[in-house]
Write a protein that binds this ligand. Structure first.
Ligand code: ATP
Ligand code: MG
Length: 389
């Protein structure tokens, strides 16, 4: 798929911007703090309906509007897809003083209002940023988020299970605390164990499945980008009570059954802790380079290459799951790579219908400049197309 028209209004540092994007490679050049990352964040938000970095919707609305009566940012795009063309609009309403306007996101798909959870993944995208190194070097949360953002774009059942799981987990944890304080009976847990394990089974299964594809793809990229010097191992570590990855269950029902068993075994400890100790909310993925844990042994460049390989694997995972190309978004990542890795990335993403690249240092990415089908300059929240070099 590819975006041919993008409209932005009052989003971050942008006023009103309308863009005709090209198929193929689009390059956005701009100095620091001009709006390059904001642009890619906007496109990624159209895909996932979540910001890749903001903590609240109000952050996304142009700041000088926030004190007006109806502060709203608007994003919309037109997309050509295998599955038919798409028109997608998101309105983000910031804090309001008027109680008749609720804060939050409103989404329309081809003009029809939709819940955000039903519009996720209509536009598929994979976003590369300089923070991706955290997938390898950061805490388990970063690896869970990597999986969640990826899988929810292709599997609506996954997103629903995630929402259900979060709700049940919260209720179960507060029940555990009440049991601990002798305000409730332990038998009440039976119902919540079932509920949690059912949603959990869906999540475990989807993560195991997605990783199955990611592992071989990421290994392939790591090998290519490091010229055969670095071997990447990625292993799912489901938090289901001392289970080895090699005896992973094969379907949802089996994951659910295992989780119920784990919850039963741990019941007394969980009451003591007042918290749920197993389940996908505690999952991790181990990443090793040349047989050593990458977070504590690998060099920064190795970690970066591993994270990059995982993002490239994400792009092909989305392509396979959707039968269509996701939009590839590269936020300032090419200039931090050496020439060989850069070439390796460009060669691979060349096979995708559309790539959107930002850089503050066009001289460092001359090969992108020459290949680009569309070139733009970003300056203080305005964007201009330019021809030539
Ligand atoms: P760099 O090269 O440093 O990565 P960039 O071009 O990617 O820079 P952005 O991260 O897109 O820059 O941010 C551009 C500017 O947008 C920042 O100066 C920031 O203060 C501003 N900005 C962010 N949110 C808002 C908002 N809600 N309203 C107005 N301005 C905002
Ligand atoms: Mg930036």
């Amino acid at each position: 798929m590819f975006i041919f028209d993008l409209q932005i209004a009052n989003y971050r540092n942008y006023g009103r911007v309308g863009l005709k994007l090209s198929k193929g490679l689009n390059l956005f050049v701009g100095e620091n703090a001009q709006g390059k990352s904001n642009l890619l964040e906007a496109i990624y938000l159209l895909s996932t309906l979540r910001s890749s970095r903001a903590s609240s919707d109000a952050d996304l609305v142009r700041r000088d509007l926030l004190h007006t009566e109806f502060p709203v940012a608007r994003l919309s795009c037109e997309v050509e897809r295998q599955a038919g063309n798409l028109q997608l609009e998101v309105a983000i309403v910031g804090r309001t003083t008027d109680p008749s306007h609720k804060a939050g996101k409103r989404v329309r798909v081809n003009g029809v209002p939709k819940r955000a959870s039903d519009a996720v993944g209509q536009l598929a995208a994979v976003l590369f940023t300089t923070l991706d190194i955290e997938i390898v070097a950061g805490p388990p949360l970063m690896r869970r988020r990597y999986l969640d953002m990826m899988i929810s774009q292709v599997d609506r059942g996954y997103l629903r299970a995630m929402q259900r799981y979060a709700k049940v987990l919260q209720q179960r944890n507060s029940l555990l605390k009440r049991i601990q304080a002798r305000e409730a009976n332990a038998a009440e847990l039976n119902f919540w164990d079932q509920e949690l394990a059912h949603a959990g089974g869906v999540i475990f299964q989807a993560r195991a499945d997605a990783l199955g594809h990611i592992v071989t793809q990421a290994q392939f990229h790591m090998d290519r980008l490091s010229d055969g010097m670095e071997d990447l191992q990625i292993t799912y570590r489901p938090a289901i009570g001392g289970m080895d990855a090699t005896d992973s269950p094969i379907d949802e029902t089996e994951w659910t059954a295992r989780m119920i068993r784990a919850l039963t075994n741990l019941r007394n400890r969980e009451i003591g802790a007042g918290a749920t100790l197993v389940g996908p909310h505690r999952d991790d993925v181990s990443v090793e380079i040349n047989s050593l844990p990458a977070d504590s042994f690998a060099s920064r460049a190795q970690q970066r290459t591993a994270a990059l390989s995982m993002r490239l694997a994400e792009a092909s995972y989305l392509r396979r799951a959707l039968g269509d190309d996701p939009i590839v978004l590269l936020d300032d990542v090419l200039s931090e790579l050496d020439a060989r890795r850069r070439r390796g990335v460009l060669e691979f993403i060349d096979s995708f219908q559309q790539t959107i690249v930002t850089t503050a240092e066009p001289d460092r990415v001359r090969e992108v400049m020459t290949r680009a089908a569309g070139r733009f300059v970003v300056r203080a929240g305005s964007i201009q197309r330019f021809e030539g070099e």
